[in-house]
Design a binder for this molecule. Sequence first.
Ligand code: MG
Length: 432
Amino acid sequence: MEAVHSWWTVRGEGEATSSEHRIDVRFSPLVIHTNRNWKTAHSASTTRTNATFHVAVDGTEASSEVGLPPFKPGIYEGTAEDCRDLSIRFAYHLTFLLGTRVLASGTTSACRETLNLAQGGDGGGDGGLAIEPASERERILVTALRALDGCAASGRHPNAALALVETAILRCLSRAMGIPVPSLLDVCGGHQGPVRCFYTVGMAADRNLLAEDVRYGSGNTQFLKFKLDKDAEKALEVFSALEAEGLLVAGRRTVAIDANCSWDPEFAMDFLARLQKYLPHVYMIEQPFPFEMPFSEAAKVGAGWARFKDKCTECGIVVYADESMRTSADVAALRPYCHGVNIKLEKAGGYREAARAWKACKASGMGVWLGCMVGTALNCNVIVEILGLSDGSVDLDGFLLTSPGCQPCDPSFRLAEGPDGLKGCIELKVAE
Ligand SMILES: [Mg+2]
């Protein structure tokens, strides 16, 4: 798949008409290799094609990456081809909005369509931001956001593709204005304390592979999240392996479980009974219920999932939704069945919708976990910009799950020892 590079030289607006400004945007596919066999209750893969996007205005630049898992209707919809398609249409829309200000422009892949203004040729508005752009560079970036919103209004682009372009534009605007991304989104005042990062251990073919992955993960963070399916024996094996390695710390809940939609209420209750000995180490159980829950009446299985939530509360464990949580519109329906939701930019469609989802969670007393797809350090760096939206737990482990050879940059953070003496706390690197 070919990269797409588009550029413009434009005249300034208003009093700045004598100034000239340079805009560059570039979509590139990014082939990533996972460090180990990545298996979940959904899928198994070792190579994927993610997408990156780069925005530069007058030398201020920023990049983004989205992780693109194997296609799952309603949950993971978005391929690198979709991202490339959006980047072409986005450039076309931006050209339209820049209008007669364009002095020169070029692209490596032109859009062959007529712009349909009825489908949102001009997104209009101010991009829904909490700021007023002051400089020509900032105004250009807000115009870029409007062009993206124009594309989004057509309803044809998956959220992962929209997140790719949106996060690059907003990271660039944040740098141009010298203010953090949460200030652009009006979501300051989130979590201020330490944030612990979980490492995700995929489902292993045998005990040796499991132990190897656990050792690798625990060398970076003491907080581990295990992919499990509907097999309590396997879960017991995981916990006995952790016990054997001395990784269960008395009085500390350092384990999370991700069932990836694979349980039913009976199994879930039975799981708690069989794993009773280990429950004091479990912090969170993610997406035990099917994706269709709570959207389909049939999938609710009576009050079974609400009872499971109550039982977990008694055990000091929180239940979070992941696949069932996509945008802010899903939050209210999930509340009876979980204590919080896992917000991922690829599912939400970008920073702005993630901020709306966060506000919906705060309004209804729901917790927020920030997660990533399998991606490189660049994908993690995009998420770490909104770290305060989490309630103190995240899995920004993509850079550990992908091989060193495919990293386009270093992580902007490291995993350090937290105030509780456990390793795995996110510590932002100071920019040099
Ligand atoms: Mg998950």
